[in-house]
Ligand binder design. Sequence first.
Ligand SMILES: C[S@@+](CC[C@H](N)C(=O)[O-])C[C@H]1O[C@@H](n2cnc3c(N)ncnc32)[C@H](O)[C@@H]1O
Length: 198
Amino acid sequence: MSRRFAEWYDFFMRPLEKRKFRRIREELLSNSSGHVLEIGSGTGINFPLYNSVEKVVATEPSNYMIDKSQEKIKQSSVKIELVKTGAEKLPFADNSFDTVVATLVLCTIPNPNQAMVEMLRVCKPGGKLLFFEHVKMNNRFLAALQEWLTPAWKKICDGCCLNRDTLTLIENNQLIINEIKSYYNGLFLSVKAIKPKS
Ligand SMILES: C[S@@+](CC[C@H](N)C(=O)[O-])C[C@H]1O[C@@H](n2cnc3c(N)ncnc32)[C@H](O)[C@@H]1O
């Protein structure tokens, strides 16, 4: 993760966050409870939005992002513990979190399948998994456009893959999906799911 991307991330996201994303994040995160894990927390954009949870453990592999998120840790009303790690190998015990959160991150993680395996491993049976991600679009023309844009997009946006089929990844992991909400013609989805009890 580059220093420049970390420095400019909030600035470039601000118009989208103001128009729509903040409300989506607030609504999604209002479903979190107990001991929460957030993967790839970036600049900590979600930190001020957690309420009524016991504690948030946020993981992030980039030192630049970790530095940027210090301000948001101060703005949070709940305790945030930041752990430097990638999501493909989480340093936490099995079944240890009540809620696991991933926002705009499964597009960037080099091995998203392994990250999902880890998210499920550390989530308690019956625990919640909350996602807000951009995904491969259903419209064939737009999906082809995403495919075409991805090589340049990946360079500009520090590894972000515009063409990732993250909904299929979520659906293939035997979660109980309670709700899927679609935004911007299905470019962005929020998904609320549960890890089955057995
Ligand atoms: C587009 S930013 C999203 C940040 C934040 N989650 C948000 O909602 O705005 C993607 C984040 O994924 C992080 N990332 C990259 N590789 C990762 C990995 N292997 N595991 C977890 N996070 C990773 C990046 O450092 C970056 O902070």
